[in-house]
Design a protein around this ligand. Structure first.
Ligand SMILES: *[C@@H]1O[C@H](CO)[C@@H](O)[C@H](O)[C@H]1NC(C)=O
Ligand SMILES: *[C@@H]1O[C@H](CO)[C@@H](O)[C@H](O)[C@H]1NC(C)=O
Length: 257
């Protein structure tokens, strides 16, 4: 008995020092690095550096939902209309290095950071060649494509490694085990991947197999890979949507390469 109460006392002493960093939210204590307290009453977790907002009993991400004060009910943001191009950038306010990096197309794969690689047959297309130095997309009913001029387009998909990839120009080839649908681009919000339970996105440090340098791998997290990604030093990010011109179809590139 004596031994076990001594043990309990030392555990308490140990947790007391941890408690120093805790804050109070109504009746509960919380770690401000992991939670945010709303109205001194409701705790919401911080995900990918985003303190989740609170709406009538639910915590929500502003990358997908809104809570209009008039109704105080959770509603999905509107999706980007069909044919309206948008760009993506990484968002994680608690990671100054990743926060704001553009999403870029290189080597038929989508990355965070780095630069865009594209091609235009100038001899045929001439002045109509888009600048081709930024990466943009279009999305409709769960599908996503590259915002390109090349006939046939370039479809985007989630490959079997949970990376976003896109088809080569003039080819419809998509590897077996890929997922074509499950993407949703929200206006004023983010790109959400609903495949595998909607676990969000991770940015992983560059590896020898990628372009290296300032490129981070963009991976869709899911129940199976989440733990491994954390062990690889991947960091959770949201993908912020920036809607481009609504009226003129402003192509990102002739084709991404
Ligand atoms: C793309 O090219 C245009 C025209 O040369 C330039 O103004 C713009 O800054 C470039 N953007 C990027 C992201 O490199
Ligand atoms: C999760 O992603 C991995 C690749 O990172 C893939 O092998 C696995 O099938 C995916 N699991 C689910 C449930 O989608």
């Amino acid at each position: 008995m004596v031994r076990s109460s001594l043990l309990a006392a030392s555990i308490l002493a140990g947790s007391n020092s941890a408690l120093a960093a805790l804050q109070t939210c109504g009746q509960s204590q919380y770690d401000p690095a992991q939670y945010v307290c709303w109205s001194n009453e409701f705790l919401c977790p911080i995900k990918a550096g985003e303190p989740l907002s609170y709406c009538a009993g639910a915590c929500y991400s502003k990358f997908m939902y809104t809570c209009p004060p008039a109704t105080n009910t959770l509603s999905l943001l509107p999706t980007v209309p069909q044919g309206t191009p948008f760009r993506l950038s990484a968002s994680n306010p608690s990671d100054a290095y990743l926060h704001g990096l553009p999403v870029s197309a290189t080597g038929l794969t989508i990355w965070i950071g780095g630069s865009t690689t594209s091609y235009c047959p100038v001899a045929q297309v001439g002045d109509a060649c888009p600048t081709g130095n930024t990466t943009s997309f279009v999305s409709y009913e769960g599908y996503m494509s590259m915002n390109v001029m090349v006939p046939g387009g370039q479809a985007a998909y989630l490959n079997p490694n949970s990376r976003i990839a896109y088809t080569q120009a003039h080819s419809a080839y998509i590897p077996e085990g890929s997922q074509r649908t499950g993407f949703a681009a929200y206006q004023g919000g983010g790109l959400v991947n609903l495949n595998g339970g909607g676990w969000g996105w991770a940015a992983c440090p560059s590896t020898a197999s990628g372009p290296g340098g300032s490129y981070w791998s963009l991976v869709a997290r899911n129940e199976t890979n989440a733990k491994g990604l954390a062990e690889w030093n991947c960091r959770e990010v949201n993908l912020k949507v920036e809607v481009l011109g609504q009226n003129v179809r402003d192509y990102g590139a002739w084709q991404y390469s």
